[in-house]
Design a protein around this ligand. Structure first.
Ligand SMILES: *Cc1c(COP(=O)(O)O)cnc(C)c1O
Length: 226
C-alpha cells in the first residue's frame, strides 16, 4: 500500500460531487490516471482498486509500462507532446492520443496503426489561451483539422482536449474550459460526431467538470508528487 487506493477513493468522491453540482450524470465523467514518472507499483495498486485508464507523456516510458502490464486490461492514453518521428511506437502501443494539433501527425498515426487493432482514438488539442508558446491548434484552424481527421481510416476523432494556463479562482478556471466546450458544440452542429472533452487536472478538475469534461486527467492528487 502506497496510499493510491485511498487517494483513488477520495478522487472518485470528488468527481462524483462535482458532476452532481453540474447537474450531470457522474458516469459521464471518466478518470484518466496520469502515471508519468510514477513507478509500476503505483499503477498496479490503482489497477487493483479498479482503475483502468492510464495516461503517459513520454513515449519510451509509456511503451515500457504498457509491455509490463500487457496481461491486464488497461487502456493507455498518450497525453504528452508527440514528435512526428515518434508516432510509430504510439500508433502501435496506445489506445488514445489526446494531443493532436497537426494533420501530419494524425496522418502518420493512421498510416502506422497496425492492421487488426481498432482505430486509434484521438482528441485534438486546442490552444484555448492562444498563447504563442503553447502547443495546440488555434480555434480558427480547428474546423479544417477536425474535418480532415474524420477522413482518416485508422483513427477515430473522439473530441477535444486543452491544457490551459494556470488560474487560481474557480470562475477564472472555467473560462478556457467553456471555450473548449463551445468549440466542440460548434463542430458537432457542423456534423462532426464527437463524445469527448478531455480537460481538467489536479488543480482545476472541478471547474472542468462544471463545464462538461468527460475525461479528467489527474496525476498528483492520485499518485503524489512526481
Ligand atoms: C501531467 C499532466 C496531467 C496531470 O497533471 P496533475 O496536475 O499532476 O494532475 C494532466 N494532463 C497532462 C497533459 C499532463 O501533462
Amino acid at each position: 500500500m502506497i496510499g493510491v487506493t485511498e487517494n483513488l477513493r477520495k478522487i472518485r468522491d470528488l468527481l462524483h460531487f462535482a458532476a452532481i453540482e453540474a447537474n450531470r450524470e457522474p458516469a459521464e465523467v471518466q478518470l484518466l490516471a496520469v502515471s508519468k514518472k510514477q513507478p509500476l507499483e503505483k499503477i498496479r495498486e490503482a489497477y487493483a482498486a479498479g482503475q483502468r485508464d492510464f495516461g503517459e507523456n513520454f513515449v519510451q516510458e509509456g511503451v515500457e509500462k504498457i509491455a509490463a502490464m500487457a496481461n491486464e486490461d488497461l487502456t493507455w492514453h498518450f497525453i504528452g507532446h508527440l514528435q512526428s518521428n515518434k508516432t510509430r511506437l504510439v500508433a502501435e502501443n496506445f489506445d488514445w492520443v489526446h494531443t493532436i494539433d497537426k494533420l501530419k501527425t494524425a496522418r502518420r498515426l493512421s498510416e502506422q496503426r497496425p492492421d487488426g487493432l481498432p482505430p486509434l482514438n484521438i482528441c485534438l488539442q486546442v490552444n484555448v489561451d492562444e498563447e504563442e508558446s503553447k502547443s495546440g491548434v488555434t480555434p480558427d484552424a480547428l474546423p479544417a483539422l477536425a474535418a480532415a481527421c474524420v477522413e482518416l481510416p485508422n483513427i477515430q476523432l473522439r473530441g477535444l482536449m486543452c491544457l490551459p494556463a494556470v488560474r487560481e479562482e474557480l470562475d477564472e478556471q472555467r473560462v478556457p474550459f467553456s471555450v473548449l466546450r463551445k468549440l466542440a458544440e460548434k463542430l458537432r452542429t457542423g456534423g462532426i460526431d464527437m463524445d469527448t472533452l478531455s480537460m481538467g487536472m489536479t488543480a482545476d478538475f472541478r471547474a472542468a467538470i462544471l463545464e462538461g469534461a468527460t475525461i479528467v486527467r489527474i496525476g498528483t492528487a492520485l499518485f503524489g508528487e512526481r
